[in-house]
Design a protein. Structure first.
Length: 138
């Protein structure tokens, strides 16, 4: 009867991750590659990840009330809702889209989305951040 967990998958691949693991046998070429990697961008991605993850982990319990209300006595009312959130620089949720769901209850979806829109993430070091979050309810 509780929310099991919320895992966060950030849809942001930094230039470091986008390059994959390129290793040259030639030390000079490897040194040039290493210098070209933008560590500040990677650190910024990690900062955004930390901010978003901590807020979601803190706030996810607030969805439990909504879940319990809609579940009632229906023991089969459990599953996953995967949502895509767009968070602006000021930390407000600008847009929410349901990517996938195991629930057929539109009222349940609407209430969860309204609750998530009230979440504040604090100022982010990027203009907009899109994240995909699967919420598991049981």
């Amino acid at each position: 009867m509780k929310i099991i967990n919320a895992f966060l998958v950030l849809l942001m691949l930094s230039p470091v991750l986008g390059q994959g693991h390129i290793v040259y046998e030639d030390e000079e070429k490897q040194h040039e590659l290493d210098k070209s990697i933008d560590v500040t961008s990677f650190k910024k991605d990690l900062d955004v990840y930390s901010i978003v993850r901590s807020v979601i982990n803190y706030r996810v319990g607030g969805l439990q009330y909504i879940y319990k209300k809609h579940k009632g006595k229906d023991k089969k009312f459990k599953g996953q809702v995967m949502m895509k959130l767009t968070i602006n620089r000021t930390g407000q949720v600008e847009k929410i889209k349901i990517m996938r769901t195991q629930f057929q209850n539109r009222d349940f979806h609407a209430e969860i989305m309204e609750k998530i829109k009230t979440w504040k993430f604090g100022e982010l070091p990027v203009d907009k951040q899109k994240v995909v979050v699967p919420f598991y309810f049981s």
